[in-house]
Design a binder for this molecule. Structure first.
Ligand code: SAM
Length: 280
């Protein structure tokens, strides 16, 4: 009995260690929720026939295993035309301000299976305010499996990802294929999908500046220390005067950043202070 109790206590300790490794690696915060973490990784441990202690050691030696772990611990919930009020704001308020730019760069940071960047491309195409060819969307995520789905751009017809997709949009921007819908290539061509970890300094050092960042429904999984770090990276990556959209449940107001909050009719977003010094 004593041996059994010791084993449970050891396990608890190594699950907490695993939580700390995950926090340091990608910011996902399981520090106060080790039982939820244990639930997510227990099957993987059975497959590998490893204890938590062995698994933490394995992760230190095996970079590849992080990809498997990331698939288990990220929440990839997303759908087309999510938080539509923000997309309306993009069309009605922001694109008109950028219409003289030769190239508009947008970063969909943490794009999951691609619904967000494709929705941005459809919104821009619908608006007719700037030519779609002048827009480059960089879409990144830490989870390689969701990026594969995003790159393919095919979604099952019964998928919940279509729950807010108007029929006209489906007819115009997808074609039916097999049991689902394939996004048309002229939209796909505007998007570059890349693997990138918001907490990895090398990934974040990419030098191209962008005009708009969408990073929605990710910061909710981070604590305030990680959020500040990510927001500082976004600040560096945006052109002065550039725009930042977060999820509706996420806010940086009151964090004393160099972003001003723009309160629009049905939503809010942020603008990097300062004026663009190079002409658009
Ligand atoms: C809930 S989805 C949000 C998808 C989309 N932005 C939306 O609002 O519909 C959260 C995404 O964040 C990604 N993610 C979590 N931590 C990350 C990190 N450190 N770097 C990059 N992506 C991360 C997950 O893999 C997941 O696909």
């Amino acid at each position: 009995m004593k041996g059994f109790i010791n084993e449970i206590q050891d396990n608890d300790m190594y699950v907490k260690d695993l939580g700390k490794m995950i926090y340091d690696f990608c910011g996902l915060n399981y520090l106060n929720n080790p039982s939820s973490l244990a639930l997510k990784v227990s099957k993987r441990l059975s497959v590998l026939n490893m204890s938590y202690r062995e698994y933490t050691e394995f992760l230190k030696r095996n970079q590849q295993e992080w990809n498997n772990l990331i698939e288990l611990i990220t929440n990839n919930e997303t759908y087309f035309f999510r938080e539509e009020s923000q997309l309306n704001e993009l069309s009605n308020a922001i694109l008109p301000q950028l219409r003289n730019k030769k190239c508009i760069r947008i970063w969909s940071a943490a794009c999951s299976t691609g619904e967000e960047p494709y929705s941005l491309a459809m919104t821009i195409a619908e608006s007719g305010i700037v030519p779609l060819e002048s827009v480059r969307i960089i879409a990144t995520d830490i989870n390689r499996k969701v990026l594969q789905i995003a790159r393919r751009g095919w979604y099952h017809k019964n998928s919940l990802c279509f729950r807010r997709t108007p029929k006209e949009m489906l007819d115009k921007y997808f074609f039916p294929q097999d049991e689902g819908f394939q996004i048309k290539s002229f939209l796909k061509d505007r998007i570059e999908f890349r693997h990138s970890n918001l907490l990895n300094d090398e990934d974040m050092a990419a030098d191209e500046k962008v005009d708009i960042i969408f990073c929605r429904n990710v910061l909710i999984y981070f604590d305030s220390v990680t959020t500040r770090r990510v927001i500082a990276n976004f600040y560096n990556r945006l052109h002065p005067g550039g725009f930042l959209f977060l999820g509706h449940a996420e806010t940086i107001t009151g964090m004393n950043t160099n972003f001003e909050t723009i309160n629009a009719r049905a939503t809010f977003y942020y603008r990097k202070r300062g004026v663009e010094s190079t002409p658009f």
